[in-house]
Design a protein around this ligand. Structure first.
Ligand SMILES: C[S@@+](CC[C@H](N)C(=O)[O-])C[C@H]1O[C@@H](n2cnc3c(N)ncnc32)[C@H](O)[C@@H]1O
Length: 361
């Protein structure tokens, strides 16, 4: 991997005058205006943290608990650029233009003989990024559209980088990358965090590579995670049991630990959400919208077993406990022991060295 180039001093030039900050009162986000609260705005923008730049897809009065665009954490942006192994003259496709900051950094690294195309699904964000990139003198082709389709007219690319995460790697990204080129994306199942995954495109049209750093990104719009919200009657009818796992192993399953990534690979279509009730109590929910299966585990710190409620045809909690046992017996593989291969027919296969299996998508 190449040496890291310095990032431009400030990402402030790319960030809009209104950003969104955590609001503990509402469990969502509250707007912070550069003009009204300059110190707070600068503190957010200058920190090595992601800055939320849009909620609720920009819908006025939309659900301010749902961030839908952000400018990523600078140290992670640097790590991703480094993993892309950029050189002058390369042709790069970015998915998820957002503020345009990462596109500008890509542009700076590929130099005057390179080319950067960036696709953003949100027309308002794309228009703003196009203007800011032009104003800062960066020649980037910003396309408004669904990045899952790539941008065929600019192909082949040497590099594709997604700054929105995916559960299913779109075939277009692989087909539009030259053999030996790289596709870098945050990839994962929705159970726990994603992993930074770097795929190399092979002559047979497949792409393969290791999963790496654990991270958390917004999903591609069409691959967003969805929750199930059972009503009172359904809750009354839920099957009741309790957790069989004990002590630290329980926390491995329900906290965003290194076990969770692999559990997600073993329990298909299972999405995990965690909500703190107070300092000692936390609700851990598992959702499979496809089959209408749901489970809630009422976590009580320093006490066990925990009560389990399960609904629907799948017993998601039991599946998760079985996957944890598999993970333990398989030598506790971490994300960086997992290799993902995406085949030309779209099949995704995982290998941990000793074990290989196809993923149900
Ligand atoms: C984490 S932000 C990207 C950050 C951006 N690279 C930057 O430097 O500011 C993710 C972006 O992906 C966009 N997005 C989500 N789904 C998309 C899709 N299918 N095609 C293109 N963009 C998408 C979102 O609208 C959002 O702006």
């Amino acid at each position: 991997m190449g040496e890291q180039a310095p990032l431009p001093a400030s990402r402030g030039a790319f960030i809009p005058p209104v950003v969104w900050d955590d609001d503990p009162e509402s469990d969502g986000f509250t707007p912070v205006s550069l003009h009204r609260e300059p110190a707070r705005w600068h503190a957010l923008v200058d920190a090595d943290e992601p800055v939320v730049t849009q909620v609720a897809d920009g819908e006025p009065g939309g659900d301010a608990r749902t961030p839908t665009s952000s400018c990523s954490k600078p140290s992670l942006v640097a790590e991703m650029l480094d993993a892309l192994d950029l050189r002058p003259g390369l042709r790069v496709l970015e998915i998820g233009t957002g503020t345009g900051w990462n596109a500008a950094l890509l542009r700076d690294r590929v130099g005057p003989h390179g080319q950067v195309t960036s696709v953003e699904i949100d027309p308002g964000l794309a228009a703003r990024a196009r203007d800011v990139l032009a104003a800062t003198g960066r020649d980037v082709d910003v396309i408004t559209g669904d990045g899952a389709a790539g941008h065929p007219s600019g192909a082949p690319y040497d590099r594709v980088i997604a700054t929105a995460s995916a559960r299913t790697v779109p075939r277009a990204w692989i087909e539009q990358t030259r053999v030996g080129g790289l596709v870098l994306l945050p990839w994962g199942t929705g159970y726990g965090e994603d992993a930074l995954t770097r795929l190399e495109v092979r002559p047979d049209g497949s792409a393969t590579g290791r999963c790496g750093t654990r991270l958390s990104f917004m999903r591609l719009r069409q691959q967003r995670r969805h929750r199930l919200e059972p009503d009172e009657d359904e809750l009354r009818a839920a099957r009741r049991s309790s957790t069989a796992l004990r002590g630290p192993e329980l926390y491995e399953v329900v906290e965003f630990s290194r076990a969770a990534f692999t559990i997600g690979l073993r329990v298909p279509h299972c999405h995990l959400t965690v909500e703190d009730r107070d300092e000692r109590h936390r609700d851990v929910e598992l959702h499979d919208r496809r089959t209408g299966s749901w489970a809630r585990v009422g976590m009580i710190r320093d006490e066990h077993p925990w009560p389990v409620l399960q609904l629907g045809p799948r017993e998601l909690w039991n599946e998760v406990e079985a996957a944890h046992a598999w993970w333990r017996d398989a030598g506790r593989p971490t994300p960086d022991r997992c290799t993902l291969t995406v085949h030309p027919d779209g099949t995704h296969r995982i290998s941990t060295g000793r074990h290989r299996w196809p993923l149900e998508l």
